[in-house]
Write a protein that binds this ligand. Structure first.
Ligand SMILES: C[S@@+](CC[C@H](N)C(=O)[O-])C[C@H]1O[C@@H](n2cnc3c(N)ncnc32)[C@H](O)[C@@H]1O
Length: 333
């Protein structure tokens, strides 16, 4: 049993982590705002979110901050006779920054899980598509995959892990922080994604030693970054002594025009490993037919796939949008 004070702290912490990663507003449980907040505790709601030091230094999207405050005000006004001035002041201050922010193409997101020592700050595109790629922002499938792997660390622990279409590199960075991977190679076909990954790796792993271009040693793990276009995987220059035990991919099954090159890349890695590897694929199911077409093309190449359970909301380590279902498959041959 938790005391009232502890319950309040737990609520504040979860609201803070949800705000910092821009958890969609419709996913936040606003009804969980306690009815008995003191005056000071109302103030803590903004001190731990919009006014939080990390958000001041590396701000999340301003429009998200404004809409967050709007929803917070609605809920507080409904339940309390008086709402703390700091919430209104904060709302006005953020509103003034909206106009100047419209020209900004990037904002920050922060992925926190203190129990796992994960505190990652990523600069990400504010648009889903930018610079001709969808990979400059993190998608829910990559967080769902990381969530699954931190609960099943044996899959990646002390292994060589290759991620295809890694985008911002969020999933891989979480694995480096808390899954004891031996070597993780994060790849993407977009040069902009690889450059952004490098920037984000440098910001978050200040203890890392960059031994050669795009290859970082972080404690016991190696993290490397490479441009890899699936259709040209034969030209890939693999890092020394890297042989993939596990292939990861998140949210890469949405466009059937790339299925041929994607299955080619998967087939290629399995072949060079003589099928002594496995793959974890996290797919956001926007269209069942598209996903099934992809799975059928894997079957034609003699792969087997088994669906695994995603981590349920009440046991999750990271917040991710569940509005559209995410499925995780284990693929072997
Ligand atoms: C929807 S994003 C997912 C990014 C990341 N995995 C995530 O879930 O946040 C798809 C990614 O696949 C990459 N991609 C698409 N086609 C590719 C190809 N032919 N070769 C390599 N990467 C590709 C894109 O650049 C993009 O980063």
């Amino acid at each position: 049993m938790f005391t009232m004070r502890e319950n309040h702290q737990r609520f504040l912490d979860s609201l803070k982590y949800q705000f910092l990663c821009c958890y969609p507003l419709h996913c936040i449980d606003w009804e969980a705002i306690p009815d008995n907040l003191t005056w000071e505790q109302q103030q803590q709601l903004v001190e731990n979110t919009v006014l939080y030091a990390l958000n001041q230094k590396y701000p999340v999207k301003i429009s998200y901050q404004l809409n967050f405050l709007k929803r917070l005000l609605q809920h507080l006004e409904r339940r309390y006779d008086e709402v703390h001035d700091s919430v209104y002041e904060c709302y006005c201050a953020v509103q003034q920054r909206i106009a100047q922010d419209t020209t900004e193409k990037y904002a920050y997101k922060h992925y926190f899980q203190p129990a796992l020592k994960v505190e990652l700050t990523l600069r990400e595109s504010k648009s889903f598509v930018a610079e001709g790629t969808t990979g400059l922002c993190s998608w829910q499938a990559s967080i769902a995959l990381a969530d699954y792997l931190v609960e099943n660390t044996h899959i990646v622990k002390e292994k060589c892990v290759l991620e295809l279409g890694a985008g911002t590199g969020l999933c891989g960075m979480i694995l480096v922080r808390c899954c004891g991977v031996r070597h993780i190679l994060l790849t993407d076909g977009s040069r902009e994604c690889v450059d952004l990954m490098k920037e984000n790796v440098c910001r978050n792993f200040t203890e890392a030693n960059e031994t050669s271009d795009g290859l970082f040693v972080v404690n016991q793990s190696t993290l490397s970054l490479n441009k890899l276009e699936w259709g040209a995987i034969e030209d890939m220059k693999w890092p020394d002594s890297f042989a993939a035990d596990v292939i990861l991919a998140a949210d890469v099954v949405y466009d059937d025009t790339v299925f041929e090159s994607l299955t080619h890349a998967i087939d290629y890695v399995f072949k060079i490993r003589k099928d002594k590897c496995e793959m974890l694929l996290a797919a956001t199911v926007r269209n069942e037919h598209t996903l099934q077409t992809f799975l059928n093309s894997l079957s034609q190449l003699h792969f087997r796939y088994v669906e695994r359970d995603v981590i349920p909301l009440d046991k999750c380590n990271f917040y991710w949008d569940r509005t559209t279902p995410v499925k995780i498959f284990n693929i072997t041959r």
